[in-house]
Ligand binder design. Structure first.
Ligand code: 13P
Length: 253
């Protein structure tokens, strides 16, 4: 049985004082959650967020990192830097980074390996564009992104990787994939992992859905067989809306 992982991705939002207030407000709302609760915050919020979340069930993640451990890479942050302050998760290869910052399948793969080398749990994003979906190649795109991201990992590392299926056309648009479509995509990803790493490994991998997930649609998505959690953008900025998603199993439809 896979334990669900509900992760917020604040993107480039929230100043430290807002991060502290949000986490303080969120803490009592999610303390009984039976899923894993993660907030992936901007670098400048990490330290404040870690301190505020200390002693709670809220885990803190980063949204990116460099694949090298140190060196002349002005403006970058390394895996050891994240680990040293207590960060546990890191988002890798979000479509916004692939689109605006030239992330490729190759850099994604290097970063995933760096994450494991530093004991950070990667949340690897895959997802097709609207054109790719309309051209009927969505599953090909996402399974190939998955295969390349995981290349060279051992079974144990694959089992500890979180894949976030985020169709690009659903991000920040208010358009959510139907629960059937989202589940089918997650299933295809799992089948691909099973083909390469075996069924046992594939059954353990957490595969999240992301893209306009909110309290109104979280329950129906999260109840699907192959959707093991969510990566939430807009709805993770407010404690009450994020808490409702975390506590999806108490929402009565
Ligand atoms: P929204 O929930 O705002 O659509 O963003 C999804 C996302 O990109 C999370 O990584």
């Amino acid at each position: 049985m896979r334990r669900k992982v509900i992760a917020g991705n604040w993107k480039m939002n929230m100043l430290p004082n807002e991060a502290i207030s949000m986490i303080t407000e969120l803490t009592p709302l999610v303390k009984e959650a039976d899923c894993e609760v993660v907030l992936c915050v901007p670098f400048t919020d990490l330290f404040y967020s870690l301190l505020t979340a200390q002693g709670t069930n809220i885990k803190i993640g980063a949204q990116n990192m460099h694949f090298e451990s140190k060196g002349a890479y002005t403006g970058e942050v390394s895996g050891p830097m994240l680990k040293s302050i207590g960060v546990e998760y890191v988002i890798i290869g979000h479509s916004e980074r692939r689109q605006y910052f030239n992330e490729t399948d190759e850099t994604v793969n290097k970063k995933v390996k760096t994450a494991f080398a530093n004991n950070l749990r990667p949340i690897v994003c895959v997802g097709e564009s609207l054109e790719q979906r309309e051209a009927g190649i969505a599953f090909e795109v996402i399974t190939e992104q998955t295969e390349k991201a995981l290349e060279g990992l051992d079974e144990n590392q694959v089992q500890n990787t979180i894949i976030a299926y985020e169709p690009i056309w659903a991000i920040g648009t208010g358009k959510t994939a139907t629960k059937e479509d989202a589940n089918e995509a997650c299933k295809k990803i799992r089948e691909k992992i099973a083909k390469i790493y075996g069924q046992n490994t594939a059954e353990r991998v957490i595969i999240q859905y992301g893209g306009s997930m909110k309290s109104e649609n979280a329950k129906e998505l999260l109840e699907m067989s192959d959707i093991d959690g969510g990566l939430i953008g807009g709805a993770s900025l407010k404690a009450d809306s994020f808490a409702k998603i975390v506590n999806f199993n108490t929402i009565h439809s």
